[in-house]
Ligand binder design. Structure first.
Ligand SMILES: *[C@@H]1O[C@H](CO)[C@@H](O)[C@H](O)[C@H]1NC(C)=O
Ligand SMILES: *[C@@H]1O[C@H](CO)[C@@H](O)[C@H](O)[C@H]1NC(C)=O
Ligand SMILES: *[C@@H]1O[C@H](CO)[C@@H](O)[C@H](O)[C@H]1NC(C)=O
Ligand SMILES: *[C@@H]1O[C@H](CO)[C@@H](O)[C@H](O)[C@H]1NC(C)=O
Ligand SMILES: *[C@@H]1O[C@H](CO)[C@@H](O)[C@H](O)[C@H]1NC(C)=O
Length: 511
């Protein structure tokens, strides 16, 4: 079991005594050295290994514990032995979610609230923020990233191995061909700075799993390990080795069959990684987290179901919406260090919470940087109540739209009209007369823009997680109070950073 809140340990803490206590001279130097040795020793026993697995576009209805048609036995066993997080929230899209995960900040605080980074965009996650791997590395961790980055590739300083990861094997952009590792016909597959054309034809998930295994196998257990396994599956394009597809009935819808098989390939990958932790004797001091970055992509980017087959049913909406289907994602924590395990948690947790939670596990701190997340370790490990009662789903001044959760209640404002129905697994589209009418139209002025009138919805997502009963006309004072809170928050908004694509980002020699 992990003892209470671990004290600050590791390198970040080491410089502090000398600085803050004003120690001077040789005797003090010896004392500092003794302290350093003591802390290094402590680090081996107190800092857990952390394996953070981020699935890409895995929807609420795309895991076997929500949908028995999906084959994800390994994930389900890990989830059931750990804690299933039923109220886990991410941002509605890849780049904003990854930004929130690694910075601990709401995207609207760092300019990443609108859309995703395109391959040619001359920007990335602002260099103003210090990322989770940088802080863990300062705390003594060996830090590794495998898989999808999608936080900027316009200059070296935006790339993962320049932002706190000791090693990186993976791709920079948002979507990659799973076998030839190209995006827009250019290779985007890297080991650090080195492109990897020689792996052409190998399913990317296998490459990532091999790398994750070898990192674990070669890891010197005298240091804590942080691995960010940013999985590619089950993101489009729909490609998977046939052995996985054959596990599903041939009579299924072909896209959904391939997609489901991609989830099973991910399941296998996670199983191999956990086995590697056990083989390397790291497992007993490991915390394994599994989270999806946003809702399943029902319609993809082009308003058709071609090539996208994710599913969020019975939740409402699609990826890239503020409805529960876009933001509430499958997640679990699995660890022998949990004091209480084997149950489903209904406590609220948001993707910004991982930064302070993992820093606490590492005995590190954010050095006074403002964070939007909360340390959720007491909730995760001991079943205590969530540390948060308020959550911003997003504030986007460009669409515009925004959503805010306070306690049981969720307020949606703005343009939330796209893909806002309930979509069962590749069946007839549901009857749109089911849709909750937006009863109020409210104008919101501020940095969100005085953009005229937009619909407002209010749901009790505890009683009504599928967002069918709009309460806004019944609770006008609550609506007003929550709109005012949104306005207050929107004053902190950093304008969306979405420069035009720059042709200087064109591939060179096909890379
Ligand atoms: C980064 O910091 C600069 C200077 O403080 C500030 O002007 C800018 O808005 C910040 N950018 C983001 C995206 O936070
Ligand atoms: C990569 O694979 C995809 C899917 O098979 C194919 O459409 C594309 O042309 C390939 N690109 C290259 C550069 O080989
Ligand atoms: C692991 O690291 C420790 C401390 O640096 C070192 O003494 C030990 O030899 C290393 N073990 C291996 C197997 O490299
Ligand atoms: C949609 O709902 C209406 C009214 O309840 C009903 O008459 C109609 O049959 C439904 N259509 C479908 C496709 O379910
Ligand atoms: C929301 O619904 C739950 C479950 O029915 C109920 O206990 C709670 O009081 C409701 N919250 C509000 C603010 O109405």
């Amino acid at each position: 079991m992990l003892p209470g809140p671990p004290p600050r340990r590791g390198r970040a803490a080491l410089v502090r005594p000398a600085d803050t206590m004003g120690w001077r001279g040789p005797v003090q130097l010896v004392l500092v050295l003794v302290l350093v040795l003591a802390l290094c020793d402590g680090a081996t026993t107190n800092q857990p290994h952390i394996v953070f697995i981020l699935a890409d576009d895995l929807g609420y209805n795309d895991v076997s514990w929500h949908n028995p048609d999906i084959l994800s036995p390994t994930l389900e066993a890990l989830a059931r032995e750990g804690v299933i997080l039923e109220q886990n929230y991410a941002q509605p899209l890849c780049t904003p979610s990854r930004s929130a995960l690694l910075s601990g900040r709401y995207p609207f605080h760092v300019g990443r609230q609108y859309g995703v980074l395109s391959p040619h965009m001359p920007t990335g996650l602002t260099l103003n923020v210090t990322l989770l791997p940088e802080r863990l590395r300062s705390a003594g961790y060996s830090t590794h990233m495998v898989g999808k980055w999608h936080l900027g590739n316009c200059a070296p300083e935006y790339l993962p191995h320049h932002r706190g990861f000791d090693t990186f094997l993976g791709f920079w952009c948002g979507q990659l061909e799973h076998y030839n590792h190209t995006v827009q016909d250019a290779l985007d597959f890297w080991d650090g700075d080195r492109p990897l054309p020689e792996l052409d034809g190998v399913y990317a998930t296998s490459v990532f799993t091999d790398r994750a295994e070898s990192i674990i196998k070669e890891h010197n257990a005298s240091r804590p390990l942080f691995m960010y396994l940013s999985a590619q599956n089950p993101h489009a394009p729909l490609e998977v080795p046939s052995e996985y597809e054959e596990l599903y009935p041939a009579t299924m819808n072909a896209d959904r069959r391939t997609y489901s098989a991609m989830v099973t390939a991910l399941d296998d990958s996670v199983g191999r990684v956990v086995q590697a932790l056990k083989d390397a004797d790291l497992y007993s001091n490991s915390v394994i987290l599994f989270v999806s970055d946003n809702g399943g992509s029902v319609f993809g980017n082009h308003g058709s179901r071609d090539g996208f087959a994710g599913n969020n049913y019975p939740l409402r909406g699609d990826k890239n919406t503020l409805w529960e289907g876009g933001t509430r994602t499958p997640a679990f924590v699995h660890s022998p260090l949990l004091e209480r395990a084997g149950y489903v948690s209904h406590e609220l947790i948001h993707i910004t919470d991982w930064m302070p939670t993992l820093l606490r596990l590492a005995g590190a701190s954010a050095d006074g940087d403002p964070l939007d997340g909360f340390d959720q370790w007491p909730m995760l490990s001991a079943g205590q109540p969530s540390a948060r009662t308020e959550m911003v789903y997003n504030i986007d001044e460009k669409l515009p739209n925004a959503a805010l959760r306070i306690g049981d209640l969720k307020l949606l404002w703005g343009d939330n009209s796209g893909s806002s129905d309930w979509y069962p697994v590749l069946e007839a589209l549901p009857n749109s007369s089911d849709r909750a009418p937006a009863s109020g139209r409210r104008s919101v002025r501020s940095s969100l823009g005085s953009l005229g009138e937009y619909p407002v919805y209010l749901f009790n997502v505890t009683a009504d997680p599928t967002e069918r009963l709009d309460l806004s006309s019944l609770m006008p004072e609550t609506v007003q109070a929550m709109l005012e809170r949104l306005l207050e928050l929107s004053k902190e908004l950093v304008p969306a950073d979405v420069p035009d694509p720059d042709p200087r980002g064109d591939p060179v020699d096909g890379v």
